[in-house]
Design a protein around this ligand. Structure first.
Ligand SMILES: Nc1ncnc2c1ncn2[C@@H]1O[C@H](COP(=O)(O)OP(=O)(O)O)[C@@H](O)[C@H]1O
Ligand SMILES: [Mg+2]
Length: 260
C-alpha cells in the first residue's frame, strides 16, 4: 500500500537517507528502528508530505506523495497538543479545520474519547493530564480524522517504563478495535518496544539511513514480553545495530553530540 522507492534525502551536504526502499502492506503494524540521527524522523516527515525527498519517491495507494493529506495521521514524540484547550477541543481540532459541523464533531470526538479510554476527561485542559493520557489524546486526535495510515514518531519515548508498557498494550487494543485496521508506521529506538508491537520491524543503518533488514514478527498477540522468541529477535536486532558502528566511533559521536 505504501511504497518507499529509492529515497535519498540530504540537508545541504549531509545525506541523511541513502537509497532507502521498502513496502508496507495495508493494515500492518510496522516498526522502524535505527540509531539516533539515522533519519527516522526525516523519513516520517517525507511520508507525511511535510518535505519532499531529494531523490526517489514515496507512493501511497498508487499516488506519489506530494503534500500532507487527511489519509495520513501523525502522532509526535512531544505531544504537540494545545495545553490550554480541553481534551475534546484538541481531538476536534482537525475536524474543526476541515469545517465539520459542531454536532458531528461532538459525535466523532466522543467515539474516539471512548475508544482511547478518556471518558470523563473530555473537559480537562491538556496541561492537567499525565504523559500517558496526553499521548492518548494525540492518538485520538489522529484517529478522529479517519486516516488510513498513522505515522508515530517515538510516541512513548518520554514516558516511564511502566506507563510505556501500558500504552503499548492500549495502542494494540485501540488498533484492534478501530473500524478498519489502520496501517501503522511506528518509529522507535527501543528494540524491545519494536518486537512487542510490530508485524514487521525495519532496521535502519547508522546515518545515512538505509535498510539493513526487514524482519517479520509472526507471533500471536497478546505477546509475552519475556518469551524466548521475542528475546531472540531482540538479540538479533541489537546485533545488527551494534554492527553498524564500531564502539569507539559511537562513543566519539556521542561526545560530539554532548559538546554541541
Ligand atoms: N531540517 C533539517 N535541517 C538540517 N538538518 C536536519 C534537519 N532535520 C534533521 N536534520 C539532521 O538530519 C539527521 C537525521 O535527523 P532525524 O531524521 O531527526 O534522525 P532520527 O529521528 O533518526 O534521530 C540529523 O543529523 C539531524 O541533525
Ligand atoms: Mg527522531
Amino acid at each position: 500500500m505504501l511504497q518507499v522507492r529509492r529515497v535519498i534525502h540530504s540537508f545541504d551536504s549531509m545525506t541523511v537517507l541513502s537509497d532507502l526502499s521498502f513496502d508496507v502492506p495495508a493494515g500492518k503494524f510496522v516498526c522502524i528502528v535505527g540509531p539516533n540521527g539515522c533519519g527516522k524522523t526525516t523519513l516520517l516527515r517525507l511520508i507525511a508530505g511535510l518535505a519532499r525527498p531529494t531523490r526517489g519517491e514515496i507512493v501511497l495507494n498508487g499516488k506519489p506523495i506530494q503534500e500532507p493529506g487527511p489519509e495520513r495521521g501523525f502522532v509526535f514524540q512531544e505531544y504537540a497538543l494545545f495545553p490550554w484547550r480541553s481534551v475534546r477541543k484538541n481531538i476536534e481540532f482537525g475536524l474543526e479545520m476541515r469545517g465539520v459541523a459542531p454536532l458531528q464533531r461532538r459525535e466523532i470526538s466522543k467515539r474516539y474519547i471512548d475508544l482511547v479510554g478518556l471518558r470523563g476527561f473530555e473537559d480537562y485542559a491538556i496541561r492537567r493530564l499525565s504523559g500517558g493520557m496526553k499521548q492518548k489524546v494525540s492518538i485520538a486526535r489522529a484517529l478522529a480524522n479517519e486516516p488510513i495510515v498513522i505515522l508515530m514518531d517515538e510516541p512513548f519515548a518520554a514516558l516511564d517504563c511502566q506507563t510505556r508498557n501500558v500504552m503499548q498494550e492500549e495502542l494494540l487494543n485501540i488498533w484492534d478495535a478501530s473500524r478498519e485496521r489502520k496501517t501503522i508506521l511506528f518509529v522507535t529506538h527501543n528494540v524491545e518496544e519494536a518486537v512487542f508491537l510490530a508485524d514487521l520491524v525495519l532496521v535502519l543503518s547508522h546515518r545515512p539511513g538505509r535498510l539493513v533488514e526487514a524482519l517479520p514478527v509472526n507471533l500471536p498477540r497478546p505477546r509475552d514480553r519475556i518469551s524466548p522468541e521475542l528475546h531472540r529477535l531482540r538479540g538479533h536486532i541489537l546485533d545488527l545495530l551494534a554492527a553498524q558502528m564500531p564502539r569507539e566511533e559511537l562513543l566519539q559521536e556521542s561526545c560530539e553530540v554532548v559538546r554541541d
